[in-house]
Ligand binder design. Sequence first.
Ligand SMILES: Cc1cc2nc3c(=O)[nH]c(=O)nc-3n(C[C@H](O)[C@H](O)[C@H](O)COP(=O)(O)O)c2cc1C
Length: 203
Amino acid sequence: MDFADVVRRRRMVRNYDPDRPVSSELVDKLLEYAIRAPSAGFSQGWGFLVLDGQADRDRFWEITTEPGDAADSWLHGLRRAPVLIVALSNKQIYLDRYAAADKGWTDKDEARWPVPYWDIDTGFASLMMMLGAVDEGLATCFFGIPPEFTATFRATFDVPDAYTPIGVLSVGYAAPDRPSPSLKRGRRQVSEVVHRGRWGSGG
Ligand SMILES: Cc1cc2nc3c(=O)[nH]c(=O)nc-3n(C[C@H](O)[C@H](O)[C@H](O)COP(=O)(O)O)c2cc1C
């Protein structure tokens, strides 16, 4: 698919065809895309937990949602996704990487970091998968695990404390869904968000 089409077609899809599984080859392809993402100092401090078995997915939904939540329509459709990929970041890998001789931040002081690059890079990797999925005719939605469920999520899936789930990618073949009400906000145009030369100059 033309790259411009991939970008234009990408959207969060919150309902999936329950009768169309995603082949393990395609899942592997997405993960290969993920590891091509850029990362600060080539730290690559990410990890991906693939839940492509029904029992694992059931467990995931059970421990990351409240009992009545399934009635919520977007969650209902999302639960049909045949694959979930949890993207996790590891801050310590970055602190250790930047303490190496070629970087020299031996104090490992987090204040040196303008923003949490470990989360950003894992987000980049997630976007690689989202765009790759569109190119393969698949659909995805990126959503967060509410913080109150993080500890149980780690315990349930044996995730080490060093890894923080930054989001989950549902992957599958699209089924009809309702557009998010958030879209009514409208897309902010280039002229609204771009400043040339100095802030306030307009796009
Ligand atoms: C960091 C992040 C978190 C999001 N969390 C959720 C979520 O919890 N549930 C959901 O339905 N959509 C979630 N979204 C999707 C956004 O609502 C969506 O990207 C936005 O409305 C624009 O729509 P589009 O991606 O389909 O173009 C999230 C998106 C991002 C980037």
